[in-house]
Design a protein around this ligand. Structure first.
Ligand SMILES: [Zn+2]
Length: 295
């Protein structure tokens, strides 16, 4: 009796295990994330191997993921990511593949977001001393609205191709994600990467795309924004000169201007930011992603 009960327990446990394993085996080949360790601030190349699908849709942490077909047509790809300020823990990556005849298959899964260890540094000046003067407020508010409008529209297909390249030949710093605190409270998070570039250093397009903003702004100084499609943008700030105009197509490596010290800066440098659907991603990780052989 005891032995029988014991074996029936292990049988049902074994059945549950084999069911779980077969479900995992059925799903595993379909979806891969690169990098496979997901952290706050990571760009992620999501690949869904579903050659027969007519479409793939996704949503992650409140952001819509737009997929495109790989060159050989065997997979659907999306360049997405996790915002630098996203909390560590489990997240739900919603994925649905559409097949012929309107049949859809749910591939939703849990993705663990690991905490990234970003530096914390105390602010050297009190916030009231870095507050803009009241007369600058109308300009700042107008620019907030302008940036919202610029980032709200993006090309419906990828405009980038191949690997992203560093915008300047200058030393990068590990400044992305640095938390600046004032009196122990979080005052700001640094959402880009600073390159130690002397004024006049040529700044290149990190990848091909469309210039959607090329203008002097209060905080950003001379600022150039490139739309790479499907919600992905790169932003270059504090330029001494802008050499492109809004509406201009650029190719990878094309000079878009010269670095400088315009806007709210303490010295010349290039601030380079990567934004996807409102999330700020680590430029260093984007530069390390292998995007040159997407099949
Ligand atoms: Zn910066």
């Amino acid at each position: 009796m005891r032995a029988g009960r014991h074996s029936s327990v292990s049988l049902s446990a074994g059945l549950a295990l084999s069911l779980a394993l077969s479900r995992a085996a059925a799903q595993t080949p379909y979806v891969t994330l690169m990098p496979s360790i997901v952290a706050a601030g990571s760009p992620e190349l999501i690949r869904v191997a579903a050659p027969d699908a007519t479409g793939v849709s996704g949503e992650w942490l409140g952001r819509k993921i737009q997929f495109f077909r790989s060159q050989n047509g065997r997979a659907w790809l999306a360049l997405a990511g996790v915002d630098v300020e996203a909390p560590a823990g489990d997240s739900t990556l919603h994925l649905t593949i559409e097949n012929q005849g309107g049949v859809s298959r749910d591939l939703t899964r849990m993705v663990v977001i690991h905490g990234a260890r970003y530096r914390t540094e105390p602010l050297k000046v009190a916030p009231q001393f870095v507050q803009p003067p009241p007369e600058a407020m109308p300009q700042i508010e107008a620019e907030v609205a302008l940036k919202e409008k610029v980032f709200a529209a993006s090309a419906p297909e990828p405009l980038w191709s191949g690997d992203f390249r560093a915008p300047v030949r200058a030393a990068p710093t590990d400044s992305f994600g640095t938390r600046r605190t004032f009196n122990g409270k979080l005052a700001s998070v640094h959402k880009g990467m600073d390159f130690r570039a002397a004024s006049g250093t040529p700044v290149h397009a990190g990848n091909s795309g469309l210039v959607v903003l090329a203008a002097p702004l209060y905080y950003e100084g001379n600022c150039a924004v490139i739309d790479h499609g499907l919600g992905l943008f790169t932003i270059s700030m504090h330029l001494s000169r802008i050499d492109v105009h809004e509406g201009q197509r650029v190719t990878t490596g094309q000079i878009i201007g010269l670095s400088g010290a315009t806007g709210r800066v303490t010295g010349p440098h290039l601030h380079w930011a990567v934004r996807w659907q409102g999330a700020y991603l680590d430029p260093a990780k984007l530069l390390r992603l292998n995007l040159s052989d997407l099949r």
